[in-house]
Design a protein around this ligand. Structure first.
Ligand code: COI
Length: 354
């Protein structure tokens, strides 16, 4: 027995036949259905699964003006028996609620979201790609719907969970620029939240970096631009002299579910892991000394994406060839196996939807 009654309206004719699963552009193909819910009068209701479609919006929705909008990203895969496997959904839903709290939005019982999501992925199971790098990317989204342009927390919200079949986010290793003018997040701000506005603020600096020949940025701390933070949509890790080092998730760095998972897998495999501040100078010194073995980003969309080179103030520093990045490749294949329920000992991270 579930916690909620979900009204289910199925699509008349599935759009599945139109999809070329080998050639999907990330985030542009949407599965047949979505789960929606409304928050009003202090509670969540109107739980519904319906065909993916436009929602009505009003120009006075305060999310459009003042940015009360948060989202999540998670993935589902198929296991060997063709069951849908969700990877750490409760962790994503807990983080969604932390984001909501920071943006003064309504929170929602994770079990309600899990129930809605489970029903949704059962209905759209055929949308899960069977390709090696494929997954069903799940996008929970919440935004404020009060029609009011005074600045105040909304009293009504919409929750939507929709899904996209995806392949790789990046086709190849990325070249990144150390950003030392713009900042993504500052202490006391909303950097730890998965808030829409954080991504809006990243677009101009990333565009400038693109024009300079980089794929993405490495953000540095807002105060001194000395210590590395995130990279694009990823958490960043380096391997220096056998040690996996990553800055601590906290006020300004999103607590990535992939980040947490990779660190745990690394510890379980016996690697040395350090979560500590890491300066750009330290990385450059290690590179010059031949001790910088790897640099890679972690995230739901990117899984593990290698950095080919990084630049600071116009000087580029190259990383070893991908053929030498054995540790990060091992971490990636362990993670992918866990996500498909092929690895004993990590059952607490997955939910098999039957
Ligand atoms: C994710 O990894 O799920 C992200 O949030 C990336 C997304 C902004 C494309």
């Amino acid at each position: 027995m579930g916690k909620i009654d979900i009204q289910i309206n199925r699509i008349e004719t599935s759009r599945l036949g139109d999809v070329d699963f080998e050639n999907i552009q990330f985030g542009r193909v949407f599965s047949d259905h979505m789960f929606v819910a409304d928050y009003e009068n202090g509670k969540w209701g109107n739980f519904e699964i319906l065909p993916f479609q436009d929602l009505n919006y009003n120009p006075a929705f305060n999310s459009l003006h003042y940015g009360q909008a948060v989202f999540e990203g998670m993935k589902a895969h198929l296991d060997a028996e063709n069951n849908v496997v969700l990877f750490r959904p409760r962790d994503n839903f807990a983080r969604l609620n932390r984001s909501c709290e920071r943006l003064c939005m309504a929170t929602i019982d994770p079990e309600i979201m899990l129930e809605g999501l489970s029903e949704l992925v059962k209905i759209d199971k055929e949308w899960i790609p069977k390709t090696d790098d494929g997954a069903l990317y799940i996008r929970p989204l919440m935004f404020a719907t009060d029609q009011y342009i005074g600045v105040a927390p909304s009293e009504t919200y919409k929750l939507v969970i929709f899904t996209c079949p995806v392949n790789k986010y990046y086709d190849a290793a990325v070249k990144v620029k150390v950003e030392d003018v713009y900042s993504r997040a500052a202490a006391g701000g909303i950097g730890f939240a998965k808030a829409a506005g954080n991504y809006a603020a990243s677009l101009l600096p990333a565009k400038i970096a693109n024009e300079e020949g980089y794929d993405q940025l490495i953000w540095t701390d807002a105060k001194e631009h000395k210590f590395i933070e995130e990279s694009g949509t990823m958490n960043l890790m380096v391997i220096i002299d056998g040690k996996i080092i990553t800055p601590p998730a906290g006020e300004t760095i999103l607590s990535g579910i992939t980040r947490m998972s990779v660190l745990q897998i690394a510890r379980d495999l016996g690697y040395s892991v350090e979560e500590r501040q890491l300066s750009v100078d330290e990385i450059i010194e290690a590179q010059k000394a031949g001790l910088l073995e790897d640099m890679f980003g972690t995230g739901t969309a990117v899984t593990i994406t290698h950095v080919s080179a990084f630049g600071r103030n116009g000087t580029n520093y190259t990383l070893p060839p991908l053929s030498e990045r054995k540790v990060s490749k091992q971490l990636k294949s362990e993670l992918e196996a866990i996500k498909r329920n092929q690895k004993e000992g990590y059952e607490q991270w997955i939910i098999v939807v039957r």
